[in-house]
Design a protein around this ligand. Structure first.
Ligand SMILES: Cc1cc2nc3c(=O)[nH]c(=O)nc-3n(C[C@H](O)[C@H](O)[C@H](O)COP(=O)(O)OP(=O)(O)OC[C@H]3O[C@@H](n4cnc5c(N)ncnc54)[C@H](O)[C@@H]3O)c2cc1C
Length: 443
């Protein structure tokens, strides 16, 4: 039955992965992307003022990103990663406080336990309360216990102290879930925790040593040239639905593509627009309840970069504590400061203004890193992705649809679908993997 036609709408990570998984299994795949470029939310751009190619925001991967690595393998990409199989994280706070968390060793539980023992900002009482974590991971009732609960509730339930929250949970939650614990569904948190503890290397953090275009988009384009039909600058208007299945997809300009199967791989805010109102109401509901969360990246180009800063800390990555910027990434020529969902995490964000926020972040860097106090700043660029992720709160995440749909030959991919993971590269690749498997099972 292979050779059947599949049309994928949306050329982000999910659409590219689904196309690759199905293309490599003998399907006749057409990928439709509305813009002139692939990659969706993973893209790079050239900043004329500095001559630097920047990503739309720093992307980090983790050792448990199995489906994302499978995608790279499928398209024949040998990634340039900087990583370490152990978990190593560095923190600084204004005034000079600096801390290191290192979980080293083959057994993830023992490694993390040792990491906490040596993690200086924690008191003995803090460390004692961490013991309840293992129980949570191994408890059969965890899933039932967590249903409808947010992570703030869970941390309180596990008697996690304010110190633990400030020095460990919050920075971790900002990085993985792009918001603060009160907006995180505790079940999604548990899924990530279980995956991180799965095996040696799972909790490793991976920093790409190339741009997002070099890592994902260019290798996929090369793969696509031989294996799939790629249509860029082509907007899908809507799916033509009849008798419980999709017959074709209508394109801007009047063309129509018929197929045996269809995959929607557009973001959640574009999904309802792919259907006539009656069809949408008949076959879907709730997607409108998903809420977005933004990411602010502030790119700072100093007059000169202190020697070797991009290799210090964990490959240039360091968490800031008690500051507006959450994570800092030192690159060869510039710094990328990341603020996760400031509309949820920064008090009074709406009134601050972009320039004032940039000034604050530059001051925070100078406060935390004395090496920058006497170095002038050549350029500061503020960049906000308004719909960087979906908000993983109980209410919002409760609106995620499954990868199969009420239409027998339509499947839904995207980081926002019901994979149990947060909005990540791995969430997008996992949704693509699930859609591909569902199509393959039909034969
Ligand atoms: C600043 C930033 C930092 C991030 N950091 C991390 C990180 O550190 N680690 C991590 O794992 N994840 C991170 N993410 C999340 C990650 O980028 C996303 O989860 C992932 O890229 C989503 O991929 P997707 O394919 O589901 O959606 P998208 O990338 O949004 O792709 C959807 C595609 O569909 C196209 N489209 C829409 N409508 C139509 C239409 N009608 N017809 C045709 N095409 C259409 C769009 O143009 C787009 O190309 C970050 C995201 C941002 C923005």
């Amino acid at each position: 039955m292979r050779g059947e036609r599949v049309t994928v709408v949306g050329g982000g990570l999910a659409g590219m992965s689904a196309s690759a998984f199905l293309g490599s299994n003998g399907y006749d795949v057409t990928l439709i992307e509305s813009t002139h470029k692939l990659g969706g939310r993973t893209f790079s751009f050239y900043d004329e003022e500095t001559g630097l190619t920047l990503d739309n925001g720093q992307h980090i991967l983790a050792g448990w990103y199995d489906n994302a690595f499978e995608f790279l393998k499928t398209i024949g990409k040998e990634p340039k990663f900087r990583s370490n199989p152990n978990l190593e994280v560095y923190f600084r706070e204004p005034g000079g406080g600096h801390y290191e968390f290192k979980a080293k060793g083959d057994n993830p539980f023992i490694a993390v336990a040792k990491g906490f023992i040596d993690y200086h900002p924690l008191t003995l009482i803090d460390k004692y309360h961490l013991l309840s974590l293992r129980e949570l991971i191994e408890l059969d009732i965890a899933e039932r216990l967590l249903r409808g609960k947010n992570l703030s509730w869970l941390l309180d339930h596990l008697k996690q102290t304010e110190n633990l929250k400030k020095y460990f949970w919050e920075p971790f939650v900002f990085a993985v879930f792009n918001t603060s614990p009160e907006y995180v569904d505790a079940s999604i948190f548990l899924n990530v925790l279980v995956k991180s503890f799965d095996k040696f290397g799972s909790m490793s953090l991976i920093i790409p040593d190339e741009t997002l275009d070099e890592l994902f988009v260019a290798p996929f384009e090369k793969y696509a040239a031989k294996n799939i039909n790629l249509m860029k600058n082509t907007k899908a208007l809507n799916f033509k639905v009849s008798s419980g299945r999709v017959e074709s997809v209508m394109l801007e300009g009047g063309a129509e593509i018929e197929s045996d199967y269809f995959i929607s791989a557009v973001p959640f805010h574009s999904f309802p627009g792919l259907f006539k109102e009656d069809d949408y109401r008949k076959y879907f509901h709730g997607v409108e309840g998903l809420k977005p969360a933004s990411i602010v990246s502030i790119f700072i180009v100093p007059e000169k970069m202190p020697e070797g800063f991009n290799n210090r800390f964990y490959h240039g990555m360091i968490g800031l504590l008690g500051t507006k910027a959450h994570w800092i990434f030192f690159k060869k020529d510039y710094i990328c400061a990341v603020i996760s969902a400031p509309e949820y995490t920064v008090d009074g964000y709406d009134e601050i203004g972009n320039d004032a926020l940039c000034d604050t972040v530059v001051s925070e860097i100078r406060d935390c890193f004395p090496e920058f106090r006497d170095i002038g700043i050549r350029r500061v660029k503020y960049f906000r992705e308004k719909r960087a992720t979906f908000l993983p709160s109980v209410e919002s995440a409760g609106c995620r649809p499954d990868n199969s749909s009420g239409l027998s030959n339509l499947f839904i991919a995207g980081d926002w679908t019901n994979t149990g993971l947060p909005a990540t590269i791995e969430g997008a690749a996992t949704s693509a993997r699930k859609c591909s498997e569902l199509i393959m099972k039909k034969n």
